[in-house]
Design a protein around this ligand. Structure first.
Ligand code: N01
Length: 486
């Protein structure tokens, strides 16, 4: 631990979380920062997900850093390349890129209490030491593949939507898409016009509502540049709209009925065949799974070359996909749009805290963290986008900024009084009890989704409004922590 005020900080990951916390610390005068990135570029999910049509379903004026508004967003709902460019530019502008070590994957991290240091190991065999350890590896970074019988026998090409094979030309091919979540509804309308036939395997119908997208006109962009408050107003509007929607997700059925109505109206307008419409009608409460914004999805599903298959998949055969009813759908290519292993926080990394306690064991009954940031027994480890900080509606960047602000205060304390902060177990337990109690009343407790783990626990989502998260993370309360000198 340095006696003077520059604790070393090691950040894992360079998505919005890693870059965001690095900027916060650098702006506060903490320069001893290292970011380790397993890939060769920054961007997190916006680097990884390159499927056609990949973009953000939160409006860009809200899905931006508050201190770095971007008057050049081409569209309200920007596509991935523009979002990744924005992150790259912002990292450069704030002098973060020079702190990044690319192609360096973290495999393990262990806390040495005597030295007050985290020792971090990488797949290349290097060891890094730092006073503060900030994993910022996201919740949606590990693709989930189903285990279907016969999968390995398929003779054609197959890939996951987050690992899109751009060498695989889909033109004129028979394509099977498994899954109808946020990823599928973005790429299905893009690939449908070029494929010969598309079979879409839907296990559960999603709620789809119109996407109020717009390409910003030159005068609008000029206005944003001249009068930044106009873009701020748009940001504020969507912030408010999501807060309102979240009241519904917390249990207000009058609001979720509105979502149901919007989705039904879109189906009635875009799907003429009553049988297809029935298949596309969800049978669970709105919001329980993520509500999807798309104005081009239903027309693509209704196209003549698309078959919506709702029967259970029994097996993958060398030539296609067979359902439990024995229907064989021939396919040249299978695309798995089956989502991510969202409840395995920190993925394959082995993290050891005080007295060698293993984070994976500590989380064997489900991941948990105080305010989604700190874990008892893992001092000076601060998570970005940790457990229970995801949103049903809202900008994750807003949440990340609150986490970064909290971590900056912790680093400031460590800089002033060389020490390590370990959240008190009773404080963390009380918080977790509250989160569980509140989530059990939310709409997310009422169906299966990637928000829940195999035991039905919800380790992903924040149970309240983002304004509450803002308030509760505004000031680091040292009374919540054991503060020890190394
Ligand atoms: O994944 P998903 P995603 N057999 O888990 C189905 C973010 N995101 O990649 O609903 C058959 O939502 C599964 O069926 P069911 C966003 O937060 C954001 O689409 O479990 N089907 C479901 O239909 C999003 O929510 C943007 O019954 C199987 C689908 O696969 C999150 O990423 C864009 C199956 C998986 O859907 C994940 O979205 C894209 C099986 N064995 C993604 N296993 C933005 O715009 C799974 N399924 C910000």
């Amino acid at each position: 631990m340095p006696a003077t005020g520059q604790p070393s900080v090691l950040i894992v990951g360079t998505g919005f979380g890693g870059v965001g916390v690095a900027i916060e610390l650098k702006r506060a005068g903490f320069g001893d920062i290292t970011l380790l990135e397993k890939a060769g570029d920054i961007g997190g999910v916006w680097r990884e997900n390159t499927y056609p049509g990949a973009g953000c379903d939160i409006p860009s004026p809200y899905y931006s850093f508050s201190y770095e508004p971007n008057p050049d967003w081409p569209m309200r709902f920007s596509l991935r390349a523009d979002i990744q460019d924005y992150l790259r530019r912002t990292a450069d502008k704030y002098g973060i890129t020079e702190h990044i070590r690319f192609n360096t994957e973290v495999t393990a991290a262990a806390f040495d209490a005597e030295a007050g240091l985290w020792r971090v190991e990488t797949s290349t065999g290097e060891t890094y030491e730092a006073n503060v350890f900030v994993p910022a590896v996201g919740q949606l970074s590990r693709p989930a593949l189903p285990s279907l019988p016969g999968q390995e026998t398929f003779a054609g090409q197959s890939f996951h939507s987050a690992l899109w094979d751009h060498d695989c030309d889909l033109t004129g091919k028979r394509v099977a898409v498994i899954g109808t979540g946020a990823s599928a509804i973005q790429f299905v309308p893009r690939i449908q016009p070029k494929v010969a036939a598309l079979t879409l395997f839907q296990r559960t119908a999603p709620y789809v509502v119109p996407k109020p997208d717009t390409v910003y006109r030159p005068w609008q962009l000029a206005l944003y540049r001249r009068l930044p408050r106009t873009q701020l107003a748009e940001r504020g509007f969507f912030w408010g709209l999501c807060e309102f929607a979240t009241v519904g997700l917390k249990g207000n059925t009058a609001i979720t009925k509105g979502v149901q109505w919007l989705s039904r109206a879109l189906r009635n307008k875009q799907i003429k065949d009553p049988q297809l419409r029935a298949k596309l009608t969800p049978d669970y409460p709105p919001g329980c799974k993520r509500v999807l914004f798309a104005s081009d999805y239903y027309p693509a599903v209704a196209a003549a070359n698309v078959t919506l298959e709702t029967g259970r998949i029994a097996e993958i055969t060398p030539s296609g996909v067979r359902t439990a009813a024995g229907v064989e759908h021939p396919a040249d290519v299978i695309i798995y749009a089956t989502g991510f292993r969202t409840t395995e926080f920190l993925g394959p990394m082995k993290v050891l805290g005080l007295d060698g306690r293993d984070l994976r064991e500590h989380w064997s009954n489900g991941a948990r963290a105080y305010l989604g940031i700190t874990v008892a027994g893992f001092p000076n480890m601060f998570l970005m986008y940790g457990p229970n900080t995801n949103l049903g509606c809202g900008s994750i960047i807003y949440m990340l900024e609150r986490q970064a602000r909290y971590i900056r205060q912790a680093v400031r304390h460590i800089a002033t009084v060389p020490s390590y902060l370990d959240v008190r177990e009773d404080v963390a337990d009380r918080f977790d009890d509250e989160v569980r109690r509140r989530l059990s009343r939310s709409v997310w407790a009422r169906c299966d989704s990637w928000y829940r783990d195999a035991d039905g626990r919800i380790p992903t989502n924040w149970p309240g409004l983002v304004s509450e998260y803002d308030r509760r993370t505004r000031k680091l309360n040292l009374a919540d922590y054991w503060v020890s000198a190394p």
